[in-house]
Design a protein around this ligand. Structure first.
Ligand code: GLU
Length: 464
């Protein structure tokens, strides 16, 4: 028998943004499918009409696109499939696994009051004499025995059937319940593996009962522990960033987020840093742990720094463009882009986030005359300005390579009987106006001859 390729899905309810936990669920499903030649489907659970605006759906698609998770086919709208859900409920009536329940809300409330903490037992379960009146359709759930979930993460989870009531499948107004809709959709979409947050585990026993009632094959389940904040508590707004867009705005590149999120709850030996191909190769349900993963910004920075360093210069520039657009900043001008591109090998080596990289690239973005910060200005005195003047003369016609520029600076330092550091300080102040920058020679090559000499001139003019 040839093993069939898996079909996974991500089934978000539109809440207005893509939660980082949802993004992680989507990533696990994507990795699982993509690593096995399978399909990754998207279903928008948009039955709550008040919340399901086109904008709320778009926010989720945007988050997935940003993270680089592509899905197969068109996103499925759960709401649009409501007739099919109702059809299945009627099929269940026909095959005797569901029944019409005429109990009113008041009657059910009264029953519950008389039978506290017991699952509701409908008097209509075995009734044969039925009125012509509004009714819900309920599952005729098994009363004896257990429903056993064979979960790939949680192990065997057993639920005593007498603890579950005959759930409503179709309400008296004809709308399907969430439980029915999920099962019908997953079945019709051919989903083989349901990988989702363990907050859904309690729904699973009920969903399995619907599969069994319809005689459908159950999917394989993997319920993954939720993500907690750094303090070990369930992740919430209190912890700061919870939406994927907030992480994007903090300047973590998407490739780093994929790597970092993959490690939140899943592991492959001691591997912390990996690329997509490795993640696809390695990812499996057996690597998912049972303990909640903790969000750790220090680790995320580390992963982010690694990925920035490993990306091509062009890819980092793309990320930078995206980041500037996302945060509403001005796009790079052609000159700025050229300078940053020239300094990129040095910039990406050091940076851990995109704002960190922009900070180091500030020298490339500022205009003359360069405003010199107080701390940096301390290195600009008469003597050092004199050295800058000598350097200007020395490099006026020199070849503009890093090595030649460094040799010229060394020569000037030697003539003045000082170390290279004594000239690098004022040079840095003149070029960038601050003391935290890439190496002075990287800045000179990135700025080019004309701009460098002009910035030096601005300072030496002040030498008197
Ligand atoms: N719509 C559900 C949620 O957003 C997920 C349902 C599922 O994965 O089965 O939590």
């Amino acid at each position: 028998m040839t093993p069939t390729a898996p079909v996974t899905r991500f089934a978000p309810s539109p809440t207005g943004y893509l939660h980082v936990g949802g993004a992680r669920t989507a990533l696990f499903n994507w990795l699982f499918a993509r690593g096995r030649g399978g399909k990754f489907l998207l279903r928008i659970e948009d039955t709550d009409r008040a919340r399901s605006t086109p904008e709320a759906t778009e926010a989720i698609l945007k988050g997935l696109r940003w993270l680089g998770l592509d899905w197969d086919g068109e996103p499925v709208s759960q709401f649009e499939r409501r007739d099919r859900h109702a059809e299945v409920a009627r099929q269940m009536l026909e095959n005797g696994t569901a029944y019409r329940c005429f109990s009113t809300t008041d009657e059910i409330a009264a029953w519950r009051e008389a039978n506290p903490r017991q699952p509701f037992l409908s008097p209509w379960r075995d009734a044969t004499d039925l009125p012509d009146a509004p009714h819900a359709i309920r599952l005729k759930a098994p009363r004896d025995g257990e429903t056993v979930i064979d979960d790939q993460v949680q192990g065997q989870v057993r639920v005593a059937n007498d603890q579950l009531d005959d759930m409503v499948l179709l309400r008296s107004d004809g709308t399907p319940t969430y439980m029915l809709a999920v099962v019908v959709d997953d079945h019709d979409m051919g989903v083989t593996h349901v990988i989702r947050g363990d907050d859904h585990l309690t729904n699973t026993a009920r969903q399995i009962q619907i599969y069994d009632a319809m005689g459908w094959d159950r999917p394989t389940y993997a319920h993954i522990p939720l993500i907690h904040g750094e303090d070990g508590k369930k992740l919430s707004k209190r912890h700061g960033a919870v939406g994927l867009h907030e992480f994007a705005a903090l300047g973590y590149p998407a490739a780093a987020m994929r790597n970092y999120l993959a490690r939140l709850g899943w592991s492959h030996g001691d591997d912390e840093l990996f690329d997509d191909a490795q993640a696809r190769d390695w990812f499996g349900l057996e690597g998912i742990g049972r303990a909640p993963a903790r969000l750790d910004f220090k680790k995320l920075e580390h992963v982010s720094g690694h990925h920035l360093g490993a990306m091509s210069d062009a890819a980092v520039l793309d990320e930078l463009d995206g980041f500037l657009a996302e945060t509403g900043a001005d796009p790079l001008t052609a000159t700025h882009r050229q300078r940053i591109a020239a300094a990129m090998p040095a910039l990406k080596e050091k940076a851990r986030t995109l704002p960190g990289l922009l900070d180091q690239a500030r020298f490339a973005l500022i205009e003359r005359p360069v405003a010199v910060e107080e701390k940096a200005s301390k290195s600009l005195d008469t003597v050092s300005r004199g050295m800058l003047k000598s350097l200007t003369a020395a490099v006026q016609n020199a070849s503009w390579s890093r090595d030649d520029l460094e040799a010229a600076a060394k020569a000037v330092a030697e003539e003045n009987g000082v170390g290279l550091g004594k000239i690098a300080g004022p040079l840095r102040a003149a070029l960038a106006g601050t003391s935290a920058t890439p190496s002075v020679f990287d800045m000179m090559t990135a700025l080019g001859r004309e701009e460098t000499l002009a910035r030096l001139q601005d300072q030496t003019d002040l030498a008197g």
